[in-house]
Design a protein around this ligand. Structure first.
Ligand code: DGL
Length: 272
């Protein structure tokens, strides 16, 4: 396997760029091929079978791009499809859930952890399962927040409508005396300041993106796959692909990433 090959990262849309941002911060030499399935977002309200089918197509696309490892940046795809696609491909593949769960288990003092995510992620119970395997006395309280994704997609990051909806969702968790809250969806780190204000400073907010980048760095190092050379930024170093409206994605990506994203290419993912 070529250590200069890119890392493939995929998500249902723009949200996975929060994971890309962390990878760029922590391992800036790596090249990245990103795919956002903008035509088929949201994954969070779809069935397990559908999310597995979509994920398989994306893996085939990333394989065609000759990536050396894959990060499933989407929590819902990590919850539903990770195990299946790991078993079907020889490339190293990591998701975001183990990383988020591990950070939360280390951070909690009172053993009471909240998790917010899509209906799919929360309904799957995966965070509870993984955290309980790490420490069986942990209590996990899940809450799906289905309106957060469209609010972020609409750019309403600091808006009274977002405040009102967040306050309703999070009030359920406030009564549970949690001291740690996992932002178990790609989009939620972008609402961090609202969530922080509503939950208070005493609750630790966990962004799985950070720990996922750490896990990727360690995985590449362990397999002797870390890239040595520094390629020019946003030339061929980072390539972005979507399944719908490239322009909208480019604007969003430029707002999130440390540098201008010049080009996003639209592909027909159903062909893979
Ligand atoms: N990327 C999804 C996740 O992290 C959120 C958006 C969606 O529902 O597709 O779960």
């Amino acid at each position: 396997m070529d250590r200069n090959a890119p890392v493939g990262v995929f998500d249902s849309g723009v949200g996975g760029l929060t994971v890309v941002r962390e990878i760029i911060r922590q391992i800036p030499k790596e090249r990245i091929v990103y795919f956002g399935d903008t035509a088929r977002l949201p994954y969070g309200s779809k069935s397990r079978d559908t999310v597995i089918r979509y994920s398989r197509q994306i893996i085939r696309f990333l394989n065609a791009m000759e990536v050396k490892a894959i990060v499933v940046a989407c929590n819902t795809a990590s919850a539903y499809a990770l195990e299946t696609i790991q078993a079907e491909t020889s490339l190293p593949i990591i998701g975001v859930i183990n990383a988020g769960a591990r950070t939360a288990v280390h951070a909690t003092h009172n053993g009471r952890i909240g998790v917010i995510g899509t209906e799919g992620t929360i309904g799957s119970g995966i965070y509870t399962e993984v955290m309980k395997k790490m420490r069986d006395d942990i209590e996990v309280f899940g809450k799906s927040c289905p309106l957060f994704v469209p609010l972020v997609e609409e750019g309403l990051l600091h808006d009274s409508v977002t405040d009102e909806i967040a306050s309703r969702y999070l009030s359920v968790l406030k009564g549970k005396y949690i001291d740690t809250l996992v932002l178990g969806c790609t989009h939620y780190p972008l609402l961090r300041s609202t969530i922080r204000r509503l939950m208070g400073d005493e609750v630790t907010l966990v962004n799985p993106a950070y720990e996922t980048a750490v896990e990727l760095r360690e995985l590449l190092a362990a397999r002797d796959l870390s890239r040595e050379e520094q390629a020019p930024f946003l030339g061929e170093q980072y390539q972005f692909f979507v399944s719908d409206l490239a322009e909208k994605f480019t604007d969003f990506a430029t707002a999130i990433l440390p540098g201008e994203v010049k080009e996003t290419r639209q592909i027909s993912i159903e062909e893979y």
